[in-house]
Design a protein around this ligand. Structure first.
Ligand code: TXA
Ligand code: MG
Length: 314
């Protein structure tokens, strides 16, 4: 067994970036911010580095990882882009959209990344820290959210530390993430787009950009295996659509209402998305024995918020 080591949080900057890239090239995972959540990144072409991600997270190895690239060229070396995929990349990259595409035989990716699937999930993130780390290390980076499998996703460096202390050497800290929810995952087809995980890029935005129907229904969800589990889960029971706190409950509010913490007093769903996971972390650490969450409008990014909340309550 590896000797225990301590986890360091370093402010994002030239020096920290250099050190992070050295760790990546040595096959070590590093925690790094993206605009959605903090990721636990490792060299996607190195099977032992990828295995280290699964083991740090306690993640089942049948659940494939998202591969992050710094530019479209790098993406094209890894996967085949259909005309619909091209259109989506042009409109939403860099950003919070992940596309599941046929992987190339010549990709060089570790088969562990795809967990046996003939497809790879690709994302070109907007966050400068993640992009700089990909460039500096010269590798595509596999990166799931930087938390123990099934737990609440990290939107701040402290969340990563609380979940993965002693499991990762370095956390690059660049403050709270702007989107606050994981990327939207789609599988583009010739005449429709399958939505595998709702996120910041909404179904309406996808429809508008392509003129294609966006479908979410049915057992096709099995293609994003992470979506099947209870996920994003605090250690306490979660009650949804709560209008007031019962005894021993910590109430996460939305809009003007008495509560312990408010996702957005102005009832702005975008702001609520950015604050959601931090609020769940705080509620989980509170003295209350249960967590209650106010109703969130089921429109726009509210759909992704409700998707995460349902899994948190499952
Ligand atoms: O915002 C995000 O997407 C963050 C940041 C770090 O980029 N990453 C993230 O990764 O949320 P993760 O591992 O927590 O979620 C990856 C999801 C899982 O639900 C997985 O099942 C799905 O992507 N996935 C990965 N490869 C896939 C594939 N080839 N086909 C279908 N689903 C796939
Ligand atoms: Mg996750």
């Amino acid at each position: 067994p590896n000797p225990a080591f301590s986890t360091r949080i370093c402010p994002y900057g030239r020096e920290a970036l250099r050190e992070a890239a050295l760790l990546i090239r040595a096959g070590e995972p590093v925690a790094v911010p993206t605009e959605t959540v903090y990721g636990l990144a490792a060299d996607a072409t190195d099977s032992s580095a990828v295995a280290a991600i699964y083991s740090a997270k306690g993640r089942p190895s049948f659940n494939p990882l998202i591969v992050h690239v710094a530019d479209k060229e790098m993406a094209e070396q890894l996967a085949v882009f259909s005309p619909v995929a091209e259109k989506l990349a042009a409109r939403f990259w860099p950003g919070a959209l992940t596309m599941v595409l046929p992987v190339r035989d010549t990709s060089g990716l570790s088969p562990l990344v795809m967990a046996g699937l003939p497809t790879v999930a690709l994302r070109l993130p907007a966050h400068p820290a993640m992009r700089a780390l990909i460039r500096e290390s010269g590798r595509p980076l596999a990166a799931p959210s930087a938390n123990r499998s099934g737990a609440i996703s990290p939107t701040r460096a402290e969340h990563v530390l609380a979940s993965l202390n002693g499991k990762v050497r370095l956390i690059l800290d660049e403050g709270p993430t702007s989107e606050g929810l994981e990327s939207t995952i789609v599988a583009p087809e010739a005449d429709r787009i399958r939505l595998l995980r709702p996120g910041p890029v909404t179904a309406q935005m996808l429809e508008q950009a392509t003129g294609l129907a966006v479908v979410t229904s049915g057992d096709e969800k099995i293609e994003a295996p992470g979506q099947l589990e209870s996920h994003y889960a605090p250690s306490k029971p979660v009650r949804l659509n709560a209008l007031k706190a019962e005894k021993d409950e910590y109430l996460i509010g939305f809009g003007l209402m008495p509560c312990n913490i408010n996702l957005s007093p102005d009832a702005d769903v975008q702001e609520a998305a950015a604050n959601l996971f931090a609020a769940l972390h705080i509620a989980d650490a509170s003295a209350a024995t249960q967590i209650a969450v106010a109703p969130i409008p089921d429109a726009g990014i509210g759909i992704a918020i409700n998707d995460r909340l349902q899994r948190a309550a499952a």
